[in-house]
Ligand binder design. Structure first.
Ligand code: AMP
Ligand code: MG
Length: 338
């Protein structure tokens, strides 16, 4: 690869263990990732962490050979400091510390949620967006105010992706369930283009600027048990869950006076939430935008991109300050970059 220098990013907040990179001018390159898929049930943090540590050296080798990297090209290494599952975060942080020592390069701990914003800005060119961050473990509506990204609204219980995965699991579908629900819903809708959202009535759970999804999850399971067609339930589930997110995002646009809505997180891969975003933004005269799918899901490249920006404006993270923080908040990080 023809490059002067690169920054590597290590992502390990939950299921995904990923190494990615950006060049010093911020050009993103693909990530090398492994997804922990539990044989049954949900994610067990210890098992996911074991998966990550077993694959670490393999992924680093793939990154180095796939990108034709020499250690002399590597200028810094960034890692997710939080929020996430402690045992998983610890594996990523340890690998990053070790590589920083080995290659004698700066270490940068970054905020995972903020990384979703920065890769989105990098990819789409939006300047000052409201971020609708819809992932497995997180559902937040975020916007910059002063020197912080503030959370304007968020889920009060589980993340939207978690809700989709849990529903899918009750129907015998393996993790990740979100894409499978999308396929079932869109196939069903093709055969039922006049479907009404009340065909399978489900709770609509917006509370002020906040959201919740466990009532919706239980109600959807109940509807299948009552004999409603799975396709109809999947479709209605998506309509209800996504509309709730879009409603809160729209209110955030109105309150903040911002005119760009950015999607991020794995659920932002979904074509229906993208379509709803587009419709709402067109009505408001705003821009709705999202990064490529590989940068919506958790990935090392976004960690590298935020690391690059922090290194330019704040310098590296000292070893003493490099501990992980599983409950790191989005608004904890001071935004020092443009
Ligand atoms: P993340 O936590 O950001 O890595 O995203 C993973 C989550 O995104 C999982 O809960 C997936 O089920 C969900 N997801 C991925 N692709 C889709 C999709 N096309 N539609 C809905 N959810 C999706
Ligand atoms: Mg994420």
């Amino acid at each position: 690869m023809n490059m002067t220098g690169v920054i590597i990013g290590v992502e390990s907040t939950a299921h995904t263990f990923s190494f990615g990179l950006v060049s010093e001018d911020g050009t993103p390159h693909k990530s090398y990732s492994a997804l922990f898929r539990p044989e049954e049930g949900g994610i067990h943090p210890r098992e996911a962490a074991d998966h990550h540590s077993e694959l670490a050296s393999d992924l680093v080798s793939k990154l180095m050979s796939g990108e034709n990297l020499q250690s002399s090209n590597i200028k810094a290494i960034a890692y997710s400091q939080g929020p996430g599952l402690g045992p998983c975060l610890r594996v990523g942080a340890n690998v990053a510390r070790a590589l920083s020592e080995k290659w004698n390069i700066p270490l940068i701990g970054v905020n995972h949620c903020v990384a979703h914003i920065e890769i989105g800005r990098n990819q789409t060119g939006c300047m000052d967006p409201v971020l609708l961050y819809v992932s497995g473990g997180n559902t937040q509506v975020i916007a910059r105010a002063g020197d912080r990204y503030q959370v304007l609204g968020e889920t009060l219980d589980i993340g939207i992706g978690n809700m989709l995965d849990k529903f899918a699991r009750t129907q015998g579908m393996a993790f990740p369930g979100g894409p499978k629900i999308e396929k079932i819903a869109s196939d069903w809708y093709k055969d039922n283009p006049n479907a009404d959202v009340d065909l399978v009535p489900l709770p609509y759970s917006v509370q002020g600027m906040d959201l919740n999804f466990s009532g919706l999850l239980n109600a959807a399971i109940q509807k299948v048990n009552e004999g409603f067609e799975l396709g109809a339930v999947c479709w209605s589930l998506q309509e209800h869950a996504f509309a709730a997110c879009i409603e809160v995002a729209e209110r955030a646009l109105a309150h903040s006076g911002k005119s760009e809505l950015l999607l991020g997180g794995g659920v932002a891969c979904n074509e229906r939430i993208r379509e709803m975003t587009q419709v709402m933004c067109n009505q408001r005269g705003c821009d709705g935008t999202w990064p490529e799918k590989q940068y919506c899901i958790d990935n090392g490249t976004m960690i590298a991109e935020l690391g690059r920006r922090m290194l330019q404006t704040q310098g590296p993270t000292s070893f003493q300050a490099s501990a992980i923080n599983p409950s790191l908040r989005t608004d904890h990080t001071i935004v020092t970059w443009d």
